[in-house]
Design a protein around this ligand. Structure first.
Ligand SMILES: [Zn+2]
Length: 291
């Protein structure tokens, strides 16, 4: 069930994607207006296959619990600096998964609710008490009902991020904030991967965009365009994925490539930190007051 996407989801039909790269069964296109890149087709699976796929494997995520929580604690600390009255806020975590972020919120003494499209994840998350529901950002949530919406590692997986962002805006109160973490093109890893891909005649897509996986990859220019959707950028920072997580993704490579990655990744990782060109963007968007 291929879902083709020839124009930019954010900027609209006037902005047809231009060739950027390719994979085995897909092309990567780029928006001439906001530089967003995406895979065409967006997905090759139907909705049920997507939520049943290995991607949601619980055991894989449970293994990452400690590292994930450490990361969430850091991000939450940044947010708490922005707003001292956080405890009174109504908070939603979209794509709550196994509930690690909700756990971290509870540790800090406030409650948040979540939702996720994966039933098994929600079941695990709710094993001690109900705090997440099966579903997405849909009509279940009333307009102007949340102060803070978190969506970590989510928008890159969505076929239609604009619809998602507008829905976030709808359920957020005036001055409410949307907090995102997503891979960014403005990173040293991306630049090296891009160079390698071009030098090999687009045979080495290591910048992590593919149908059914990370469908979209954002960049600073795309975030600027989000202002036109009624958001203000409060924070736009870079963070590096833990080095083991990046190296973990090289498991399927040949011995030579693995060796090459083991040597080169730590070097790029170090310089990315030094130059502020880490591989992920941490973004806080505030809903612009309508008046
Ligand atoms: Zn665009």
């Amino acid at each position: 069930m291929d879902q083709n996407q020839k124009y930019c989801d954010i900027c609209g039909e006037d902005f047809k994607g231009v060739f950027y790269g390719k994979g085995s069964k897909y092309n990567i296109l780029q928006c001439p207006n906001c530089d967003l890149i995406w895979s065409d087709p967006l997905t090759t699976k139907n909705f049920k296959e997507t939520i049943d796929s290995d991607y949601w494997a619980e055991d894989v995520y449970i293994k990452e619990e400690l590292a994930q929580k450490a990361r969430f604690r850091k991000q939450l600390t940044k947010i708490l600096k922005l707003d001292k009255n956080f405890k009174e806020k109504k908070i939603l975590d979209i794509g709550s998964g196994l509930g690690f972020f909700l756990d971290v919120c509870e540790e800090k003494g406030f409650t948040a609710e979540g939702c996720d499209i994966n039933q098994n994840a929600v079941k695990y998350c709710n094993r001690e008490k109900v705090r997440s529901r099966v579903g997405s950002i849909d009509s279940f949530y009333k307009d102007n009902s949340f102060d803070v919406v978190f969506a970590f590692n989510l928008i890159e997986h969505l076929p239609h991020p604009k619809e998602f962002l507008l829905n976030c805006k709808r359920i957020l109160k005036d001055d409410g904030v949307l907090i995102l973490e997503t891979p960014t093109q403005n990173s040293l890893f991306h630049k090296f991967a891009r160079l390698g891909d071009k030098l090999t005649g687009y045979k080495l897509n290591y910048y992590g965009v593919n149908s059914d996986g990370h469908i979209h990859k954002f960049c600073n220019k795309t975030f600027e365009i989000l202002k036109q959707l009624g958001f203000e950028i409060v924070i736009n920072e870079k963070i590096n994925s833990p080095i083991n997580e990046i190296l973990g993704k090289t498991a399927y490579l040949s011995a030579f490539n693995k060796y090459f990655m083991r040597i080169s990744v730590p070097i790029v990782w170090f310089f990315a930190n030094l130059l502020g060109q880490q591989n992920r963007a941490f973004i806080v968007l505030k809903v612009k007051n309508s008046d």
